[in-house]
Design a binder for this molecule. Structure first.
Ligand code: ZN
Length: 415
């Protein structure tokens, strides 16, 4: 009887924690080209074109141009033009070959979908293979534990997107808006290792996927609570964390239980763990004429000429969480990370968002310029990538890194 009870208990526990486990590796749909009139696919071998994934493929040349035409899609392959029967078609490469679009190479399936008079390209592939094309762009380090931490976080982020975007045309974008994915050319061994060793591992809160997981480049001493950056509801695992050597010493003494790992001595200082980043400290000049020009039309009209600023609220780390812009007509309050996109500055003939909101603004000078001194790069919530690399360098494991930056979470294998 006792045995039976134990068995029942086990089944119940197993079922509860198995709710989020899946049998096979999930597929992800990555948007690689958006609203473009024409797409060229290049491949060193022939490629296969499908009207419908269940239909027989048509073998065509690896040099193909695709564009929207009327209600359909036109495929121009080696001088031969094929018109699709629908507004959605698929391409696959020959075995051991890839398809090149805009200098990036992709495997598996590329879906071309009509979007008005334009087309978009979506790469369908298994989540694990997707990560091989993310890591080189999001965190490429010689310290494998930092890459493993990034693999688990990027997997969590992508899987949460898959679950949330079932009704959409795609799950995730391939640019900075979500996370950068550059396809599958020349994947290095350490990238493969980092993904393979962490296969199926995701970050959970109470056994549910951590759907708001995020990360950034350089926090410059402390990360920030999500509510002071995105103005969303406070999330348990997105709390401000001190990213310093002293904080790491304390973490090592109180939280690390895995004694098999040899951790190097950590210097006793409040210097940031991410001190190796070139964005640890920076200075930019912002031309207020540019800020006024870049403001959304209704706001430009409402505020008028900008005459000054006032910090209304700061986050836990000292970042500006609310900034009042004073104008000749009206005042306007900008929240959290939006400050970065309003205070654009010119860099190499291009407008860039301000690197962070960890800033001190000078007074406006005679030429309508404000000098901004700042620290860090990115929105500052979740793992600090440069800090993670320092932890890996000192011998911490990817689990240690994840638990240092995200509180109260558990890491779970879903396949
Ligand atoms: Zn940091």
């Amino acid at each position: 009887m006792k045995k039976k009870l134990f068995f029942l208990f086990f089944v119940l526990i197993f079922n509860i924690s198995a709710v989020y486990a899946v049998e096979v590796i999930p597929q992800i749909r990555v948007l690689i080209q958006d609203y473009t009139p024409e797409i060229s696919i290049k491949s060193d071998k022939n490629i296969f074109f499908y009207e419908n994934i269940n239909k027989e493929p048509v073998e065509i040349s690896g040099n193909t141009n695709i564009k929207a035409f009327d209600e359909y899609i036109l495929i121009d392959s080696n001088g031969k033009t094929i018109q699709s029967f629908s507004n959605q078609i698929y391409f696959k490469p020959s075995e051991n070959s890839l398809m090149e679009i805009n200098q990036s190479s992709y495997g598996y399936t590329i879906e071309i979908k009509k979007a008005g008079q334009n087309i978009r390209a979506i790469n369908h592939l298994p989540l694990e293979d997707y990560l091989l094309g993310v890591l080189p762009y999001e965190l490429n380090s010689k310290y494998i534990e930092a890459m493993k931490a990034q693999a688990v976080i990027s997997r969590t982020y992508a899987y949460a997107r898959i679950l949330a975007s079932k009704k959409n045309d795609y799950d995730i974008r391939s640019d900075y808006y979500h996370q950068v994915y550059g396809g599958h050319k020349n994947i290095e061994q350490d990238v493969e290792d980092a993904v393979k060793i962490t296969r199926g591992l995701v970050i959970c809160l109470n056994d549910k996927i951590a759907q708001y997981i995020c990360y950034h480049s350089t926090c410059a001493g402390a990360t920030e609570n999500n509510e002071f950056v995105f103005f969303t509801k406070p999330v348990d695992y997105l709390r401000s964390v001190k990213c310093t050597y002293n904080a790491l010493n304390e973490y090592k003494q109180n939280f690390i239980i895995n004694n098999n790992v040899k951790i190097q001595d950590i210097k006793k200082t409040d210097d940031p763990l991410c001190e190796g980043s070139k964005y640890i400290k920076w200075q930019v000049s912002i031309n207020l004429n540019d800020v006024e020009t870049n403001l959304p039309f209704d706001l430009k009209d409402k505020i008028g000429k900008i005459s000054g600023f006032e910090v209304i609220k700061k986050g836990i780390s000292g970042r500006t969480a609310k900034l009042k812009i004073k104008g000749e007509r009206n005042e306007y309050i900008v929240n959290g990370d939006k400050i970065r996109s309003i205070f654009k500055f010119m860099d190499n003939d291009r407008f860039k968002n301000l690197y962070s909101t960890f800033i001190e603004l000078s007074n406006i000078d005679n030429e309508n310029i404000i000098n901004t001194e700042g620290k860090g790069w990115g929105h500052s919530v979740g793992m600090c990538q440069f800090g993670a690399v320092t932890m890996a360098k000192h011998g911490f494991t990817f689990e240690d890194i994840i638990n240092f930056y995200y509180k109260n979470i558990n890491i779970k294998k879903i396949y």
